[in-house]
Design a protein around this ligand. Sequence first.
Ligand SMILES: [Fe+2]
Ligand SMILES: [Fe+2]
Length: 295
Amino acid sequence: MKKPLRILHFSDIHVSAPVHRMRWSKWFGKRGIGAINLLRGRARYFDEVEEKMRALVHFKEENSIDIVINTGDYTALGLPHELVLARRLVDPMMYSPQSYLTVPGNHDIYVHEGESHYRFAEQFCSVLQSDLPEYCRGGHYPLVRFFGEDMAVIVLNSSKPNPKPWRSDGHIPRKQLEALDLLLQDERIAGRFLIVMTHYAPRLANGEPDRKLHGLRNADDLLHSCRTIERGAILFGHIHRTYRVDVPEVKIPLYCAGSATMKGHEGAWVYEIDGGKMDARRLYWSGGVYSYEPA
Ligand SMILES: [Fe+2]
Ligand SMILES: [Fe+2]
């Protein structure tokens, strides 16, 4: 009998290295406003990131996790030293690059500046290899990873720089969605349990779309593309609350990992896939450890 696959899904750890290390030239525009927000208190919500990540790594090692999924927002301001620190914190989960899947969040490619698009790939290149590279459209996505004969993960990038301070919305480029439509007709994908993951939430916990300036602008298009998936799930982060929601547009459930490190809202999911069925268990943070929430 085949062993069930166990997946840890966490997100939005928002590492914020001290802003005094930020060069003066970066204080202009959106990043300056973000840095002021950190100084005014936002950073306090994420000041135990290192402790919580060590606890999550410990949980992963103690609970026979086969696959780790992170749906982005590793950083607060998309600064190189934040990405380096975040990469170091998740490093123990990446010893097997094939079993770690990730995508940038909007905070990881915060603003347009020089090489900022490459910074994420620079830190995470070892886990950005696709098993079907012919479907990549501009960069690494859609990224496809096969697990045995029965399961596959499809990763879509919905994050983009948002230089205007009042915007933190995302969208999946049309070329990626066209590639997704083709992928879903590919016989190598057919019949598998399919996980589709991205950073932005296609729907909130109440089943409604997120606000225009904060949400996934083409959420309806993503759900439309996923309407034919019979067995699987759509995974995401961005909203700092852990929830599951079922919506009429698709036959598969939607799971938001919330934030693994935000004070008072810590959470993550473990999914167990066995015989084409998925069970989800929520994790909670208490007493310095991550544990399964009582059933
Ligand atoms: Fe976030
Ligand atoms: Fe986000």
